[in-house]
Design a binder for this molecule. Structure first.
Ligand code: ARG
Length: 288
């Protein structure tokens, strides 16, 4: 082969590579772990994410966020890895880019915009003020709750805590890391009221009919988005495409219907140990 031919071949090869490059760069999404989609969630938030009890009696991570996470991972050809933690942990792990996505019924709160990207909304919902049946008479309006004699709860790090501070600044505002603990405090009378997302309040009310949703609480964004690691534009684009597909093909509606039904059945409301098992103390409680 003479020099001319080699040069021509090389130019041809370079052109082939450069022509293919834009398409490849577009498809290639970088994730925390190659080949995996790592998602942080906070499973205290039925029907978004919670533990349902499967046929063998084992708690299984469920909910429409989890079905959507699997749908997105499948679309992207990635293996899904979900990491359960408290909600404030989801926010901090995502802002530190230790995970790719936060899927936790997350509100696209402008105050979080420096820490993460927001996907398009995939679910619409509102906010509520919740108490128990016995106390419902005391809370005709939200103003009634703004009283120093009341203990009012909201989840740590959540927009509901902001709503508590805005609407009931005079009350004794108590923030707890898990929504399920707030439900327990309401039911045992330790807390008088709480700010909870409406769909979540309705879900727990099915299992705990003593809960009473008193009124709607106004909030700017009536919906949930996926938190995406800051600056990962390619991932954000892929996530938005998958959300659009899931809305168009009816998957989201199905995920919500399935999760709502599952959440009304047997659930586990504690935290699992590092092996994904029910901690022994809880298992003993259940056996009693
Ligand atoms: N939507 C609220 C927020 O973004 C609460 C989300 C809580 N999520 C959960 N899985 N506990 O602040």
């Amino acid at each position: 082969m003479n020099l001319k031919k080699i040069t021509a071949l090389m130019i041809g090869a370079v052109m082939a590579v450069s022509m293919a490059a834009p398409a490849m760069a577009d498809d290639k999404v970088e994730t925390v772990t190659d080949g995996k989609l790592t998602v942080a969630t906070s499973p205290d938030f039925a029907p978004y994410e919670f533990y349902s009890i499967d046929e063998d009696g084992n708690p299984t991570l469920s909910g429409f966020d989890m079905d959507l996470a699997q749908y997105i991972a499948d679309k992207m050809g990635l293996e899904l890895e979900v990491v359960p933690m408290d909600f404030d942990g989801v926010l901090s792990e995502l802002s530190q880019k230790n995970v790719d996505l936060g899927m936790a019924g997350l509100s696209p709160d402008p105050a979080r915009a420096d820490a993460m990207e927001f996907s398009d909304l995939y679910y619409k919902g509102g906010q509520s003020f919740v108490t128990v049946k016995d106390k419902a008479d005391q809370f005709k309006t939200l103003e009634d709750a703004n009283n120093k004699d009341y203990s009012i709860g909201a989840q740590t790090g959540s927009i509901q805590l902001d709503l508590a501070n805005e609407n009931t600044p005079d009350a004794d505002i108590v923030s707890l890391p898990k929504v399920t603990d707030i439900i327990t405090e309401l039911l045992t009378g330790k807390m008088d009221g709480a700010f909870i997302e409406t769909a979540v309040a309705e879900s727990y009310q099915k299992n705990y009919p003593d809960l009473e949703i008193v009124c709607d609480v106004p909030y700017d964004t009536e919906g949930s988005a996926i938190g995406v690691a800051k600056g990962n534009e390619a991932l954000l684009k892929a996530v938005n495409e998958a959300i659009a597909d899931a809305i168009d093909d009816g998957s989201i509606d199905k995920f919500v219907a399935d999760a709502t039904e599952l959440a009304a059945g047997q659930t586990y409301e504690g935290t699992l140990d590092e092996n994904g098992a029910v901690p022994e103390a809880d298992a003993a409680d259940d056996a009693e």
